[in-house]
Design a protein around this ligand. Structure first.
Ligand SMILES: Cc1cc2nc3c(=O)[nH]c(=O)nc-3n(C[C@H](O)[C@H](O)[C@H](O)COP(=O)(O)OP(=O)(O)OC[C@H]3O[C@@H](n4cnc5c(N)ncnc54)[C@H](O)[C@@H]3O)c2cc1C
Length: 435
């Protein structure tokens, strides 16, 4: 006999226990609103995922890791939670065609790029801008630099990412000051969940939502397990990757009636892929060739690497982002690991066997294949500000939207973006309640 279907009644139902959903839950619960939060996975945090996989002596970040300053809300919450953060340290290298360039400044090519970007009146995709303004062999290094930076850092597709948005980001100097929360981002999100629960919020994990039936003033949220949640207001914080899932595909979230303007806005926005590879070694074997390595940019298949300096821990993180990561979305973990190790052996100019002999543990997280995310973070396409505004627009005082994908501002694609969007939505919901 089938189990009786569960029905729940609440005032506010929040979908997603990531940065946006948890901060919103805390704010709304502390304001006295009955809050129930449903999360698809059996863990909190979403794209914040601080884990300690087998073989690793300490935790590592499978998702968000750095505080890409300025992040005032993140800092304020870390301070309130009593969590410290630590500046990164060390030297930056570029390795191309086997040549090591220490203390490289990847922004050397930035002034000519910014000079042309400054004159840009009408937005266009980065690839089109580069093809128009920097033609010929002489500009090949600049085109490669700009494309690699947009793909590697913003996880963007150069054929879609907005040149004007990159101008704003690059003029601000990139992510030069990027500390890490001590012990990872995970404790901050657990602390937020604790605050929300202490204020009366209820959290249902392992509860994927399939559909939201709504009418002005009332919504029914239907979970995959058949449970249904009735609420006066719903805050949906699912990632852009979920918004972009086609109907009929696993992970698709349906609205009844549909929200065509929101769906079209989500389709217009960019959502980039990232594969993060963590390699724990017996010792810092990179030290001989790349002393005090903090950050390495290269032309290898897995091009970007960083250490844990100032912590002496012999862990290297490999990073593959944008279209190159998207192409590997279905590649088995062992193949991704082999590609990463081959890249690193080449960059360190050591035999692969020597590297493997030093490897104590490895961990690969392929975010394009991650259920309930289907990517890593958003990037600005041409027309993104209007699309983000459309996606963030509440419906009939009943449906509200948050998450880093709807955030507009200098911290796009970050934990800060998620937190700010959750705060903005919660305040809007409280304002609505007062009407
Ligand atoms: C590899 C990687 C590296 C990153 N590096 C950094 C960094 O260094 N610094 C930084 O600031 N940011 C970084 N980010 C971005 C940052 O992690 C995100 O911007 C932020 O965590 C997003 O928070 P959110 O609440 O908007 O979304 P999420 O954290 O994605 O939360 C949404 C939640 O909704 C849940 N959900 C989805 N579908 C459903 C459903 N149908 N039913 C119920 N629940 C559902 C998800 O499981 C998830 O828990 C990184 C992200 C990745 C993936």
């Amino acid at each position: 006999m089938p189990a009786p279907t569960e029905h729940y009644q609440t005032d506010v139902l929040i979908i997603g226990a990531g940065a946006a959903g948890l901060l919103a839950a805390r704010i709304l619960a502390e304001a006295g609103r009955p809050v129930l939060l449903v999360e698809a996975q059996n863990r909190l945090g979403g794209r914040v995922h601080t884990v300690q996989p087998p073989g690793f002596g300490e935790v590592l970040e499978a998702g968000a890791e750095f505080m890409h300053e300025p992040v005032p809300l993140t800092r304020a919450l870390l301070t309130e939670a009593g969590i410290a953060w630590q500046a990164t340290a060390g030297r930056t290298y570029v390795v191309r065609e086997g040549q090591v360039q220490p203390d490289a400044d990847f922004f050397d090519l930035l002034p000519p790029l910014l000079a042309k970007l400054d004159k840009l009146q009408e937005d266009l995709p980065l690839a089109d801008f580069l093809a128009r303004e920097f033609t010929g062999e002489a500009h090949a290094p600049l085109r490669a630099f700009a494309t690699q930076f947009a793909e590697g850092y913003d996880a963007a597709d150069a054929r879609r990412v907005s040149a004007l948005a990159l101008r704003a980001e690059w003029a601000a100097g990139g992510a030069e000051d990027s500390p890490r929360p001590a012990g990872g981002y995970g404790p901050l999100l657990h602390w937020l969940a604790g605050r929300a629960q202490a204020a009366g919020a209820t959290l249902h994990l392992a509860t994927p939502v399939q559909a939201i039936r709504w009418q002005p003033g009332a919504a029914e949220v239907i979970a995959e397990n058949g449970a249904s949640y009735h609420a006066r207001q719903v805050l949906c914080t699912v990632p852009l990757g979920v918004w972009q899932r086609p109907a009929g595909q696993p992970g698709h979230l349906g609205f009844v009636p549909e929200l065509p303007a929101h769906r079209a806005a989500a389709a217009q926005l960019g959502f980039g892929a990232v594969i993060k590879i963590q390699l724990d070694f017996a010792q810092a074997i990179w030290q001989a060739r790349l002393p005090e390595l903090e950050f390495l940019l290269s032309d290898a298949p897995v091009p970007t690497w960083w250490s844990q300096l100032p912590a002496a821990r012999p862990l290297l993180t490999g990073w593959l982002a944008g279209p190159a990561a998207q192409r590997l979305h279905a590649t088995p973990t062992e193949e991704v690991l082999a590609l990463a190790l081959a890249s690193l052996a080449r960059l360190l100019a050591v035999p692969l066997a020597a590297l493997q002999a030093q490897l104590r543990a490895s961990y690969v997280r392929n975010w394009a294949a991650e259920p309930y995310a289907y990517g890593a973070y958003s990037y600005p396409t041409v027309g993104a500000p209007a699309a983000r505004a459309a996606l963030a627009t509440p419906v009939a005082g009943t449906l509200f939207f948050a998450g880093e994908g709807v955030y507009e501002g200098p911290a796009a694609g970050t934990v800060e973006a998620g937190l700010v969007s959750g705060q903005v939505a919660a305040r809007a919901m409280l304002g609505q309640a007062a009407l």
